[in-house]
Design a protein around this ligand. Structure first.
Ligand code: ZN
Length: 323
């Protein structure tokens, strides 16, 4: 298939505009526009106008939403996602040198090709150039440029003929502009950190819990209970913890009521189960935070634990009944 993706970088690397005749990419652009709408709405109130993305936004949307292209492209996208995941944990990997080495050695792409770029400036000094070039002329011009450096903007257009090349060029622009990539703790999506809020842990886009609030606003305004209610991991953890804690309390009560009742062993067992679960949860949370465990995997493991402890509890009670 013959297609091109025209990737315009404007406003000194602040905005990107994507034009393409590639239908699949067009669909992803429309989805991404919807996803990023929240932020633009608050700024402009107009929803019908198509807004440009901030540089890198589209590629991060694309990568966060498991796009499906041909198999070779999908494999390369997977490698790129793994690379970015590592970068969100350790920012030192997110440099132009390491990025280009990654492209060459891991993706086996020797160079960023298929791109044409041009620069333009929206500032022109008002010096008359009809007299032709001379030393004074250049010096005066440079002086004027330097004085008006804020008015000069660099626009570029990359013409990419593969989706991978587009992704790489966009990531290159993120790097080139000194932006960082963060992973939102609330929704798990990647987002651009423009360097102003270096410690931002939450993205500014639609939160999975509330369509009218960004992850950042959601975490800022939601009550602790609300966050807990929407946090599946914490919920299952609580169920298990409560189960084990109740069991221990009951064993303790029985032991206190009747000294002849040999329940000390059971109390000890219950306490051990609780401690073990606490340690286990601590370790798994670490793995989850380091992205060695996905949310789904964590929830599955927690559910397994829940089933396991419930079964143990039932065995325990039948044993008690026999006694
Ligand atoms: Zn988020």
């Amino acid at each position: 298939m013959d297609f091109n993706i025209y990737y315009d970088i404007k406003n000194n690397g602040k905005n990107e505009y994507i034009r393409t005749n590639y239908n699949l990419v067009q669909n992803y652009i429309e989805e991404a526009q919807k996803y990023y709408n929240l932020k633009y709405n608050t700024k402009t109130k107009e929803t019908s106008i198509i807004y440009p993305f901030r540089v890198g936004e589209f590629v991060l949307y694309l990568l966060s939403n498991n796009p499906s292209f041909d198999s070779k492209t999908n494999i390369q996208i997977d490698f790129i996602k793994q690379y970015l995941e590592e970068c969100t944990i350790n920012n030192k990997y997110f440099t132009i040198n390491i990025f280009l080495s990654f492209i060459r050695d891991v993706l086996q792409i020797p160079e960023l090709v298929c791109s044409i770029q041009y620069y333009s400036s929206n500032y022109y000094s008002d010096i008359d150039i009809s007299s032709g070039l001379n030393k004074k002329n250049i010096k005066t011009r440079l002086f004027a440029f330097e004085r008006n450096v804020n008015k000069i903007s660099i626009d570029k257009t990359y013409i990419c003929n593969s989706i991978i090349m587009f992704i790489l060029v966009s990531l290159f622009e993120i790097l080139n502009n000194g932006y960082k990539i963060n992973k939102c703790i609330n929704c798990g999506n990647l987002f651009i950190n423009n360097g102003i809020d270096t410690n931002t842990q939450y993205c500014n886009y639609i939160s999975p819990q509330n369509k009218n609030k960004s992850c950042f606003k959601y975490r800022k305004t939601a009550s602790f209970q609300e966050i807990r209610k929407n946090n599946e991991i914490y919920n299952i953890h609580n169920s298990i913890y409560n189960l084990l804690n109740k069991r221990r309390k009951r064993a303790e009560e029985k032991s206190n009521e009747d000294i002849s009742y040999m329940n000390d062993k059971l109390v000890k067992e219950c306490q051990e189960a609780l401690d073990n679960f606490r340690d286990w949860y601590f370790e798994k949370t670490k793995e989850y935070k380091n992205r060695n465990l996905t949310k789904e995997q964590f929830i599955n493991l927690l559910e397994e634990q829940y089933i396991k402890y419930r079964r143990e509890k039932n065995n325990g009670s039948t044993r008690n009944n026999k006694e």
